[in-house]
Design a protein around this ligand. Structure first.
Ligand code: AMP
Length: 279
């Protein structure tokens, strides 16, 4: 394996100093799928060396959430990254990232407040803090994130701009299964029946797109078009459906300009999110 495994901040800093090429970072929580690998491939294609971090960040999980059972398969992840020509992988322990006495948080304002921010209090503070730390540890020229987590991408863009972090943030499209289900490490939680029900999330977003393309501009009616499609699947419990401005994530009464159509739903004990951009 040519992939270098780095466990400590000091090792990453030494690795970074030894690179003359520019460096691209792909932050992940592991249990890699084609969505993650699409970010890696794009990062490679843009030139330079690619470093992937695998860290199931405890501070972005609430006490009630799935931190303990989050899926992991490090050996498989390492094989996949090696096969993609990734130069290094950062595998810190929680103690390496949050040593005794740690007490600083990066808190992003408005864009982190609604949707996932409202449903998962503290989540984006955990995300912003760990991403700021990764940027400072790795000092990448570019960092790659998926549109799958659209609000996370917006929060990271906001933080990077607000704090003048010298990193180009690149957002990339959502990779999907053939039936439309957005790839996610959490899909592994789904029972066969739940997995069969799950593509309704994307179908519902497409119902919203169809209404939009038919000229519907009422936020309420677009949300209802999505919600109605979701109701066709009894295993799905809807948390929210949103029609928001794609930059500010403010909910819209009239759907003008670039929109983020997004939803969160539970299928059994698994919480899934998905979104599309319109037009
Ligand atoms: P995660 O391991 O879930 O924290 O995801 C790591 C990165 O991969 C984030 O930037 C995600 O937005 C991105 N990602 C996750 N799923 C997908 C997907 N289906 N398509 C594209 N990117 C994804």
């Amino acid at each position: 394996m040519r992939l270098e495994q780095l466990a400590t901040v000091a090792q990453v800093r030494a690795w970074r100093r030894s690179q003359d090429a520019n460096v691209a970072l792909v932050p992940t929580m592991g249990y890699l799928h084609e969505g993650h690998l699409s970010l890696v491939r794009e990062a490679r294609g843009d030139g330079g060396k690619v470093i992937v971090s695998i860290f199931v960040n405890p501070t972005q999980f609430a006490a009630s959430e799935d931190l303990a059972r989050y899926p992991r398969d490090l050996q498989r992840d390492l094989r996949l990254l090696d096969a993609e020509g990734v130069a290094a992988v950062f595998l810190p322990t929680p103690e390496e990232i949050y040593p005794d006495g740690f007490q600083t948080t990066v808190s992003v304002g408005g864009v982190a407040a609604p949707l996932e921010g409202a449903a998962r209090p503290g989540h984006f503070a955990g995300v912003a803090t760990v991403v700021a730390k990764l940027f400072n540890i790795v000092e990448p020229d570019r960092a790659y994130f998926g549109q799958k987590d659209a609000q996370q991408l917006a929060v990271i863009r906001r933080m990077t701009s607000d704090l003048n972090l010298p990193v180009d943030v690149v957002g990339l499209p959502t990779m999907r299964e053939p039936d439309g289900l957005a790839m996610s490490s959490r899909n592994a939680y789904l029972s066969p029946a739940e997995r069969e029900a799950a593509p309704v999330l994307y179908r519902a977003l497409q119902a919203g797109r169809l209404a939009y393309e038919g000229g519907e501009r009422s936020g309420a009616r677009l949300r209802e078009a999505v919600a109605e499609a979701l109701r066709s699947e009894p295993l799905v419990f809807v948390e929210y459906v949103s029609v928001a401005d794609s930059a500010s994530l403010r909910e819209l009464e009239a759907a003008e300009g670039p929109l983020l159509l997004s939803l969160a739903a539970r299928i059994g004990s698994t919480r899934l999110i998905d979104n599309i951009l319109l037009p």
